[in-house]
Design a protein around this ligand. Sequence first.
Ligand code: ATP
Length: 180
Amino acid sequence: LDNKEEFTHTTLATDVMMPRRGDPPLKVVLQENMTVGDLEHLVKTTTYNGFPVITSQDSYRLLGYIYRRDLMVALENARHHSENVLSNSKAYFTLHAPTLSTSGVNEPAPVRLFNVVDLSPITVTDHTPMEIVVEIFTKLGIRQALVTHNGRLLGIITKKDVLRHIARLNKQDPDSIMFN
Ligand code: ATP
C-alpha cells in the first residue's frame, strides 16, 4: 500500500493480452446462433488452441472456453451420428437445446455442444498485474487465461504470451523477475 510508485510501472494483463489495439478481434464461439458450418469454418481457418464461448455478441459475457480439439471431435461425432446434421444445423452451447420436431424429418438436426465447454476457465481482470498472472500460470499450471472487465470478455493470455512477457522483462531488467 505504500509502494504506489512501483505500482504505476507494473505491466498489467491488459498490456500482454491478445488482441492488441488494432488487431482483429478475438475469435469467439457464440452460445447460440452459430451453425455447424460456421464452427467447421472457424476450426479450418484458424490455428488457435481454443475459443472463448460468449453468451451473445452484444454482451460479450463469458460462458466458458472450448478447446479446438474438443470442438473438432464433437463436430465430427455429430456429423457421424446423424445424417440430418448438416452445415446449416444450429449449434447450441446451452444446457437445454431444442430437439428436432418429429414432423421435420428433413430439417437439419440441431447439435448440442454444451458438454464440451469448459465452464470454469481461469479469468483475470484487465488490471491484474502481470506479476500475479505469472504466479497464477506457474501455480495452477494453466495454458491460458481469459481477460475480462466487468464480466465482459476482452482478451486472452496464453502460456506462450506469458513466456514472451518474461523474456522481454529479462532483457530489460533481470532483477525485476519476481518468480522462479
Ligand atoms: P501455440 O500455437 O504454439 O500453442 P500459443 O500457446 O500462444 O501458441 P494459440 O492458442 O495458438 O496458443 O495462440 C496464439 C496467439 O493467439 C496467442 O498470442 C494468443 O494470445 C492468441 N489467441 C489465442 N486464442 C485466440 C482466439 N480465440 N482469438 C484470437 N487470438 C487468440
